[in-house]
Design a protein around this ligand. Structure first.
Ligand code: DAH
Length: 363
């Protein structure tokens, strides 16, 4: 038989409140509970109190006390629940650690820088010193001391960008080891090749020499598939007693096989004013394995660098004794290496900073 005593009505309401409270999770839920149970007009507790008239007179006092206790209990429970809710909320301005993070896009090494680092590593292992030189040069270092006096026809091999006004006494060489020039000359041009640093180095350092000079060079070329007015080279120079063409060839074989894998290397006679003999160096075409294809223009070979044995006139210009020392030198284009290594057929891609291109290279 259901208990219909006034006490049981109180306990039913208490149980009802507990159940409702445990389901409440917001301030709004608590407000609704407050109204529903404690509202002076329509709250369930108020309604219960009104039933006092139905309670036998001798029990009214006790009933009233019990309802009041229930009312206080509900008030206390609501107050505590509000406090707990407030405490569980993050303070204003707090970081919401549950939000998904922002994706960090990781940059990668530019393909030209990667090639340069690889070339530097190879020569570093062979004991070369690596240094940089000025991009703004004077005529003497870029041409004259390299056996190209004024009006020498070989100056036309490279179309030069001249400065509007010469720079006198400029400073340079913030990177790595600076090689100053004993004589201060006015810079008049942008260097057309890194070969200018051969002169600066030998003028200030006695033999033996083993250096690698990476850096930017400039020429008056229009942009096309294989030309940019600025590009990057690595110059190499080795000088000492008894350096021969065999050293030159052995060095190139070691370097090119580390750079390109299992390739054949051949020397082709060429001309540079600062070397004698001069040679252009080819590697066997990787696309066709040497049988001939579009990449190698059906020759089976790809030109990769210019080189030669240092011309005695260059030694004389820097004060070395050509009777005592010999040497070899070379210049290798970074873009050319990168194009062949990564199968890029348009040099301009390296300088457009298009992420769709750059993101194709490994991290
Ligand atoms: N300076 C040449 C160029 O820019 C490359 C070169 C050829 C450098 C022969 C050398 C060399 O040191 O011996 O095309």
């Amino acid at each position: 038989m259901p208990d219909t005593s006034p006490q049981s009505a109180i306990e039913t309401l208490r149980a009802d409140f507990r159940a409702r409270l445990s389901a409440a999770s917001t301030d709004r839920d608590l407000k609704i509970l407050d109204d529903e149970f404690l509202s002076r007009k329509s709250g369930s507790v108020t309604a219960l109190l009104k039933q006092i008239t139905a309670v036998p007179a001798d029990q009214r006092r006790e009933f009233g006390a019990l309802v009041n206790t229930l009312k206080t209990d509900i008030e206390t429970a609501l107050t505590e629940a509000r406090a707990a809710l407030t405490a569980s909320r993050p303070p204003a301005g707090a970081v919401d650690v549950t939000l998904p993070g922002r994706e960090i896009t990781i940059g990668r090494i530019h393909p030209l820088m990667r090639v340069r680092q690889q070339v530097e590593d190879i020569f570093m292992r062979m004991g070369y010193e690596i240094l940089e030189g000025p991009e703004v040069e004077d005529d003497y270092h870029n041409f004259e001391a390299l056996n190209m006096p004024p009006d020498h026809p070989a100056r036309d091999m490279q179309d030069t960008l001249y400065l509007a006004a010469p720079i006198v006494g400029g400073t340079w060489g913030a990177h790595r080891r600076a090689i100053p020039d004993a004589q201060v000359r006015a810079a008049t041009l942008l260097r057309t090749h890194t070969s200018a640093m051969q002169i600066r180095y030998m003028k200030t350092t006695p033999p033996p020499v083993r250096i690698l000079v990476p850096g930017r060079v400039y020429r008056r070329d229009n942009l096309d598939l294989s030309h940019t007015p600025m590009f990057q080279q690595c110059e190499g120079l080795v000088v000492g007693e008894g350096i021969t063409l065999a050293d030159l060839k052995g060095t190139f074989e070691a370097m090119l096989q580390q750079l390109f894998g299992d390739v054949k290397v051949r020397l082709r006679p060429s001309f540079f004013p600062y070397t004698e003999p001069s040679a252009e160096v080819d590697i066997s075409c990787q696309s066709c394995g040497g049988t001939g294809c579009g990449t190698c223009k059906h020759t089976g070979w790809l030109e990769i660098l210019g080189s030669g044995m240092v011309h005695p006139a260059v030694f004389e210009a820097v004060g070395y004794d050509p009777e005592k020392v010999t040497g070899f030198a070379f210049g290798i284009g970074m873009e050319r290496v990168a194009m062949l290594k990564y199968g890029v057929d348009d040099i301009r891609l390296f300088y457009e900073n298009d992420l769709r291109f750059l993101e194709q290279f490994p991290l």
